[in-house]
Design a protein around this ligand. Structure first.
Ligand code: RB5
Length: 147
Protein backbone atom coordinates (compact mmCIF):
# COMPACT_ATOMS: atom_id res chain seq x y z
CA UNK A 1 0.00 0.00 0.00
CA UNK A 2 1.52 3.29 -1.14
CA UNK A 3 0.78 6.70 0.41
CA UNK A 4 0.85 9.54 -2.12
CA UNK A 5 0.83 13.27 -1.40
CA UNK A 6 1.69 16.63 -2.87
CA UNK A 7 1.22 20.34 -2.43
CA UNK A 8 -0.21 22.55 -5.19
CA UNK A 9 3.18 22.64 -6.93
CA UNK A 10 3.10 18.87 -7.31
CA UNK A 11 -0.58 18.36 -8.04
CA UNK A 12 -0.34 17.59 -11.77
CA UNK A 13 2.46 15.09 -11.30
CA UNK A 14 0.68 13.52 -8.32
CA UNK A 15 -2.43 12.98 -10.44
CA UNK A 16 -0.29 11.41 -13.17
CA UNK A 17 1.42 9.16 -10.61
CA UNK A 18 -1.95 8.06 -9.20
CA UNK A 19 -3.08 7.17 -12.74
CA UNK A 20 0.12 5.18 -13.20
CA UNK A 21 -0.45 3.27 -9.95
CA UNK A 22 -3.98 2.43 -11.07
CA UNK A 23 -2.63 1.18 -14.42
CA UNK A 24 -0.14 -1.03 -12.56
CA UNK A 25 -2.85 -2.35 -10.26
CA UNK A 26 -1.08 -1.10 -7.14
CA UNK A 27 -3.04 -0.14 -4.03
CA UNK A 28 -2.50 3.43 -2.89
CA UNK A 29 -4.05 6.21 -0.89
CA UNK A 30 -4.11 9.77 -2.26
CA UNK A 31 -3.55 11.92 0.82
CA UNK A 32 -3.97 15.24 -1.01
CA UNK A 33 -3.77 18.01 -1.82
CA UNK A 34 -6.84 17.95 -4.01
CA UNK A 35 -6.75 21.21 -5.96
CA UNK A 36 -4.50 24.08 -7.00
CA UNK A 37 -5.15 26.21 -3.93
CA UNK A 38 -1.91 27.10 -2.19
CA UNK A 39 -1.13 24.79 0.74
CA UNK A 40 1.87 24.17 3.00
CA UNK A 41 4.02 21.24 1.91
CA UNK A 42 5.03 20.22 5.49
CA UNK A 43 1.39 19.29 6.22
CA UNK A 44 1.31 16.77 3.38
CA UNK A 45 4.89 15.66 3.85
CA UNK A 46 4.18 14.81 7.47
CA UNK A 47 0.89 13.10 6.59
CA UNK A 48 2.53 10.72 4.13
CA UNK A 49 5.75 10.21 6.09
CA UNK A 50 3.95 9.40 9.34
CA UNK A 51 1.64 7.00 7.48
CA UNK A 52 4.68 5.10 6.19
CA UNK A 53 6.58 5.26 9.49
CA UNK A 54 3.48 4.02 11.30
CA UNK A 55 3.58 0.81 9.31
CA UNK A 56 0.20 1.05 7.60
CA UNK A 57 1.87 1.85 4.27
CA UNK A 58 4.89 0.18 2.75
CA UNK A 59 6.09 3.20 0.78
CA UNK A 60 5.29 6.82 0.05
CA UNK A 61 5.55 9.22 -2.85
CA UNK A 62 5.73 12.99 -2.23
CA UNK A 63 5.78 15.82 -4.74
CA UNK A 64 6.12 19.58 -4.30
CA UNK A 65 7.42 22.22 -6.70
CA UNK A 66 11.09 21.32 -6.39
CA UNK A 67 10.86 18.27 -4.13
CA UNK A 68 13.19 20.01 -1.69
CA UNK A 69 10.64 21.04 0.93
CA UNK A 70 8.92 17.67 0.92
CA UNK A 71 12.20 15.81 1.36
CA UNK A 72 13.26 18.06 4.25
CA UNK A 73 9.88 17.60 5.96
CA UNK A 74 9.57 13.84 5.39
CA UNK A 75 13.09 13.16 6.67
CA UNK A 76 12.16 14.69 10.04
CA UNK A 77 10.05 11.59 10.73
CA UNK A 78 11.95 8.73 12.39
CA UNK A 79 12.27 5.73 10.13
CA UNK A 80 11.76 7.68 6.93
CA UNK A 81 14.35 7.59 4.20
CA UNK A 82 13.01 10.13 1.73
CA UNK A 83 15.02 10.51 -1.46
CA UNK A 84 14.67 13.45 -3.83
CA UNK A 85 15.31 12.10 -7.31
CA UNK A 86 15.77 13.90 -10.59
CA UNK A 87 16.64 11.30 -13.20
CA UNK A 88 16.63 7.56 -13.85
CA UNK A 89 20.01 7.02 -12.14
CA UNK A 90 19.04 8.72 -8.88
CA UNK A 91 15.66 6.93 -8.90
CA UNK A 92 17.44 3.57 -9.22
CA UNK A 93 20.05 4.37 -6.57
CA UNK A 94 17.40 5.64 -4.17
CA UNK A 95 16.16 2.05 -3.87
CA UNK A 96 19.27 0.03 -4.71
CA UNK A 97 21.62 1.72 -2.26
CA UNK A 98 19.41 3.79 0.09
CA UNK A 99 16.28 1.64 0.27
CA UNK A 100 14.31 4.89 0.23
CA UNK A 101 10.84 4.28 1.60
CA UNK A 102 9.62 7.65 0.33
CA UNK A 103 10.28 8.86 -3.22
CA UNK A 104 10.28 12.63 -3.64
CA UNK A 105 10.09 14.57 -6.90
CA UNK A 106 9.68 18.13 -8.12
CA UNK A 107 6.53 18.79 -10.08
CA UNK A 108 8.05 21.98 -11.47
CA UNK A 109 11.26 20.18 -12.38
CA UNK A 110 9.98 17.10 -14.17
CA UNK A 111 7.32 16.52 -16.79
CA UNK A 112 4.57 14.09 -15.80
CA UNK A 113 6.07 11.56 -18.19
CA UNK A 114 9.53 11.91 -16.64
CA UNK A 115 8.15 11.68 -13.11
CA UNK A 116 6.16 8.56 -13.87
CA UNK A 117 9.24 6.94 -15.38
CA UNK A 118 11.15 7.62 -12.14
CA UNK A 119 8.34 6.08 -10.07
CA UNK A 120 8.45 2.94 -12.22
CA UNK A 121 12.23 2.64 -11.87
CA UNK A 122 12.07 3.09 -8.09
CA UNK A 123 9.25 0.56 -7.75
CA UNK A 124 10.99 -2.00 -9.96
CA UNK A 125 14.45 -1.75 -8.38
CA UNK A 126 15.50 -4.00 -5.50
CA UNK A 127 17.53 -2.95 -2.45
CA UNK A 128 21.01 -4.44 -2.66
CA UNK A 129 21.53 -4.91 1.09
CA UNK A 130 25.02 -5.91 2.26
CA UNK A 131 27.24 -2.92 2.94
CA UNK A 132 24.31 -0.62 2.22
CA UNK A 133 22.28 -2.22 5.00
CA UNK A 134 24.94 -1.46 7.59
CA UNK A 135 25.00 2.17 6.42
CA UNK A 136 21.25 2.40 6.88
CA UNK A 137 21.71 0.99 10.36
CA UNK A 138 24.10 3.86 11.10
CA UNK A 139 21.38 6.30 10.06
CA UNK A 140 18.95 4.48 12.36
CA UNK A 141 21.48 4.82 15.17
CA UNK A 142 21.59 8.60 14.63
CA UNK A 143 17.82 8.66 15.17
CA UNK A 144 18.17 6.61 18.38
CA UNK A 145 21.00 8.80 19.67
CA UNK A 146 18.78 11.86 19.43
CA UNK A 147 15.98 10.43 21.56
C1 RB5 B 1 5.44 26.17 -3.30
O1 RB5 B 1 5.38 27.37 -3.99
C2 RB5 B 1 6.86 25.63 -3.28
O2 RB5 B 1 7.65 26.40 -2.45
C3 RB5 B 1 6.86 24.19 -2.87
O3 RB5 B 1 6.09 23.46 -3.77
C4 RB5 B 1 8.20 23.49 -2.85
O4 RB5 B 1 8.90 23.67 -4.05
C5 RB5 B 1 9.03 23.69 -1.66
O5 RB5 B 1 10.12 23.13 -1.52
Amino acid sequence: MIAVGSDHGGLDLKNAVCALLITRGLAFSDMGTVDTNSVDYPDFGFRVASAVAGGGYTEGILICGTGIGMSIAANKVNGIRAALVHDPFTAQMAKQHNNANVLVMGGRVLTCEQGCELVEIWLDTLFEGGRHQSRLEKIQQIELDQK
